[in-house]
Write a protein that binds this ligand. Structure first.
Ligand code: FES
Ligand SMILES: [Fe+2]
Length: 427
């Protein structure tokens, strides 16, 4: 249970909020590469951390992320003409380059006027099929992202995104709460083509009282969850969480490894990014097709990346499937099973009313870590928060079976490191 002020502290990410400042120290995934289809393509409206922005790819393949509104009289540059190395406001023709510099004011005689006009802008880079933005102070820009999914060969990786109508934190809290898998996703363990068939799945089903053991890592946490097996061993599923919003689902058999980023749009909505990659082989055509059709953690969305199953149609609730156990909650698909329940908490969960239990230990330690980092940043704006260094980001999730007396870090510490080309530890 949190006090109201603490709940506000950890959920609000607008400019000048402590958590908003923390987010502004990391490269964040903001667009799929395919959303900026080519040179001089249509600009994309993009709200991030409560800031309304416009993204575009110019004639020279430079990526621009600038204030949505024209400095003249505030027209949305979504209407702009993306042409000849800049975006031109269609109202009176003012033009801006990818850095937000005003480069043309065609109605004014004094050509020096334009040099006094500038829109806010942020750097973007493209890596792993994703366009990333950094929205913090220029002198604190971290090294490029090193998450393994974004550095493997493109044939090994698939990324999707969907709009979620909830605060980012309750989405993240679902991602590090492994205990709900035995309930909410139980119907998918035997059926989903990107999950079924792994030996470990049987322990998810047979032991519904998992024990959490959470250890600190340099970039965040390792959330170890153990379940009993049929003999004197534990089945461990270990989820790395990296500050502030990155997780990896523990693997199942030879299936791709899945994971998420949750990026605040504003305090009431977030982008749920989902990636699936295999560290040592290309994804098969069947796997890629299944992801496009909503298998695994992916979701079928419309042209605005809003899921087809949504609040307005009751997420296509199927009570018969709920009764039979086909889908434990009555909602189809792992991604929408999570999203539907997280949205049902309201746009910002009222954590003054929650009742946490032992399986929420990962959530409790995560909250402590982000509060500590956000407070450290408040005191020292140059503070380098955990998780911004490439070596922090080179982690993997792990699933293994080990003797009961062995602490999970003793058997998993090596496998938790992402080493290019090395097979991952999975069962
Ligand atoms: S409002 Fe954009 S040029 Fe006038
Ligand atoms: Fe889930």
């Amino acid at each position: 249970m949190l006090k109201k002020e603490i709940n506000e502290f950890i959920t609000q990410t607008d400019p000048q909020t402590p958590m908003g400042e923390l987010f502004r120290r990391y490269w964040l995934p903001v667009l799929l590469s395919e959303e900026l289809t080519g040179l001089d393509c249509a600009p994309v409206k993009l709200e991030l951390l409560g800031e309304k922005l416009i993204a575009f790819r110019d004639s020279d393949n430079q990526l621009g992320l600038i204030d949505e509104f024209c400095a003249h009289r505030g027209v949305s540059l979504w209407f702009g003409r993306n042409e000849m190395s800049g975006i031109r406001c269609p109202y009176h023709g003012w033009k801006y380059n990818f850095k937000g510099d005003c480069v043309d004011v065609p109605s004014e005689e004094a050509i020096e006027f334009k040099s006094r006009v500038k829109l806010k802008s942020y750097p973007m880079i493209e890596q792993g099929g994703v366009i990333w933005a950094y929205m913090g102070p220029a002198h604190l820009k971290p090294p490029l992202p090193a998450y393994e999914f974004s550095t493997v060969d493109p044939s090994q990786n698939y990324v999707s995104k969907r709009r979620q109508f909830s605060n980012w934190l309750q989405a993240l809290e679902g991602g590090i709460d492994s205990s709900h898998v035995s309930f909410l996703h139980s119907g998918s363990l035997n059926r989903d083509p990107l999950i079924r068939g792994a030996k470990g799945n049987r322990y998810n089903e047979s032991d519904k009282k998992p024990v959490f053991q959470v250890e600190k890592s340099t970039g965040g946490l390792y959330i170890g969850v153990r379940r009993n097996t049929e003999n004197d061993q534990y089945y461990w599923r270990i989820t790395p969480w990296l500050m502030p919003n990155f997780t990896m689902v523990p693997p199942r058999g030879d299936h791709p490894i899945h994971g998420h980023f949750w990026v605040p749009i504003n305090d009431r909505e977030c982008w749920a990014w989902s990636y699936s990659y295999h560290p040592t082989r290309s994804l098969t055509p069947a796997e890629t097709l299944a992801m496009k059709e909503g298998a695994g953690i992916h979701v079928v969305v419309d042209e605005h990346h809003i899921p087809l199953a949504r609040k307005e149609n009751d997420y296509l609730m199927d009570r018969a499937a709920q009764t039979s156990g086909l889908y434990y909650s009555g909602i189809e698909g792992v991604g929408m099973q999570d999203a539907s329940l997280q949205e049902s908490m309201g746009p910002i969960q009222d954590r003054t009313k929650e009742n946490l239990v032992s399986t929420d230990n990962g959530i409790i330690m995560m909250r402590q870590a982000i509060i500590k980092a956000a407070k450290a940043l408040q005191e020292n704006p140059d503070f380098a928060p955990p998780g911004i260094h490439p070596e922090d980001q080179q982690v993997r999730s792990v699933a293994l079976i080990a003797d009961k007396q062995i602490p999970f870090l003793d058997v998993a510490s090596d496998a938790l490191k992402a080493v290019p080309g090395r097979p991952h530890q999975t069962i």
